[in-house]
Every structure is written in structure tokens, then in C-alpha cells.
Ligand binder design. Structure first.
Ligand code: ADP
Length: 201
């Protein structure tokens, strides 16, 4: 039987409240497929992807315990667009396959694909609707810096690699304005949850 379950893509800039929103959907029994977790899992020691990466960049891309040295990899691809492209060509199909599997096996009335890069990659093509968690840039910086103890410059640098707030919201079917407290976020999630349940029935 064809899987016709509604797939909602959830995205937002750093510190916008994606993780909080996912937690609130998960509390309602909704399966969250987390693209960041999958991206980490596909390069675990023993994986084909990690083997490919170490063949390409050399063993020095691994830590002494055989894990991917993410900082080193980030430094390489930050200054070299060709290497960045090479890495994306290797990882994106593997990540997408795993996302597809997880979405297909999800056992909840609808399913959420959470990804900070949903719209920057082609992951949005796997979804039926796009939900953007939106917050002002000021709030994003405040929340992310409190959470990660990162300085403002680092957070702004990450924000610069992501779509602008305006471009992201322009692509949304649904937008949650996360400018209030957590109770207000919860109220908005509940409303959307009910709508998604209805859409799926
Ligand atoms: P993202 O996953 O989009 O980077 P998070 O969900 O981790 O963002 O939110 C960033 C920080 O802000 C977290 O510490 C989170 O608990 C907090 N936060 C998110 N939304 C709210 C809110 N409405 N009220 C108070 N704190 C919030």
C-alpha cells in the first residue's frame, strides 16, 4: 500500500526554537526524523561514508579513536568549495536514503522531518508541507548564545550560511512565531497539531 502519511518539514534558523518545537510535537506522539542526527550517524566509525572520507582526505581526518575529526573537516571545506562539493556529493544521497527510510517507517499519524538545512538542500522535496519556526534575529542570537555559550560573532557566522529570515518564511506553508514564552509556543504547536491530524484523516 502506498504510504500517504503527511510529511511536514520543520526548519528555522539557529536558535529559532526548532528543537523546542520538535520536543512539543514529540510529546504529542509524533515521530521526528532529525536530519542532523542522521547526518552524524552516517559517518560513525565503520560506516561506508567515513571510509570514503578517510580515503579522500587521508587518515589524518580521523581522531586517534577513529572518529571523524569534524573540526578538521569543517576547516578544510570552509576554505575549499571543491572539497565541500565533493563531500556533499558523497553524503547527501546517503543521508537522503536514510531519511526516506525513517520517514517511511514512522508510526505516527503524520511525521516531521526536522532539518536546519531543509530549504538549503533538496530535503524539502521529501515533504508535503513546510513549517518554519520564526524568531527575530535578536532573539535567535540571544537564545543560541545562552544555549551554546557561543559568542555573537560565531552565531552570526552560522546565520550567514543559512537562508535569510525573509526567504525562509516566503517558502513556508505554516509559520510559528516563536517570540513569546514556551507556553505560547506550546499553544501554537497544539493548533498546528490538530490541523495536521485533520489534513491526514
Ligand atoms: P534551534 O533548535 O532552532 O537552534 P532551540 O529549540 O534549541 O533552537 O532553542 C534555542 C534556545 O532557546 C534553547 O535553549 C531553548 O530552550 C530556548 N527557547 C526556544 N524557544 C523558547 C521560548 N519560546 N521561550 C523561551 N526559551 C526558548
Amino acid at each position: 500500500m502506498k504510504n500517504t502519511k503527511l510529511i511536514v518539514g520543520l526548519t528555522g534558523g539557529i536558535g529559532s526554537g526548532k528543537s523546542e518545537a520538535c520536543r512539543l510535537f514529540a510529546a504529542r506522539g509524533i515521530v521526528i526524523v532529525d536530519a542532523d542526527n542522521i547526518a552524524r550517524d552516517v559517518v560513525l566509525p565503520g560506516s561506508t561514508a567515513l571510509h570514503g572520507i578517510s580515503l579522500h582526505f587521508g587518515e589524518e581526518i580521523l581522531t586517534t579513536s577513529g572518529e571523524l575529526d569534524r573540526r578538521k573537516l569543517r576547516d578544510i571545506i570552509f576554505s575549499n568549495p571543491h572539497e565541500k562539493k565533493w563531500l556533499e556529493n558523497l553524503l547527501h544521497p546517503i543521508i537522503n536514503l536514510e531519511i526516506r527510510n525513517k520517514l517511511a517507517n514512522a508510526e505516527s499519524p503524520y511525521v516531521i522531518l526536522a532539518s536546519p538545512l531543509l530549504l538549503e538542500t533538496r530535503q524539502f522535496e521529501l515533504t508535503d508541507r513546510i513549517l518554519v519556526i520564526d524568531a527575530s534575529e535578536q532573539l535567535q542570537i540571544e537564545r543560541a548564545s545562552t544555549r551554546d555559550r557561543n559568542d555573537t560573532a560565531q552565531i552570526k557566522a552560522i546565520m550567514n550560511t543559512q537562508l535569510s529570515r525573509q526567504d525562509r518564511c516566503a517558502k513556508a506553508d505554516d509559520i510559528i512565531q516563536n517570540h513569546g514564552n514556551l507556553d505560547e509556543l506550546d499553544e501554537q504547536i497544539e493548533k498546528l497539531h490538530q490541523r495536521y491530524l485533520e489534513m491526514n484523516s
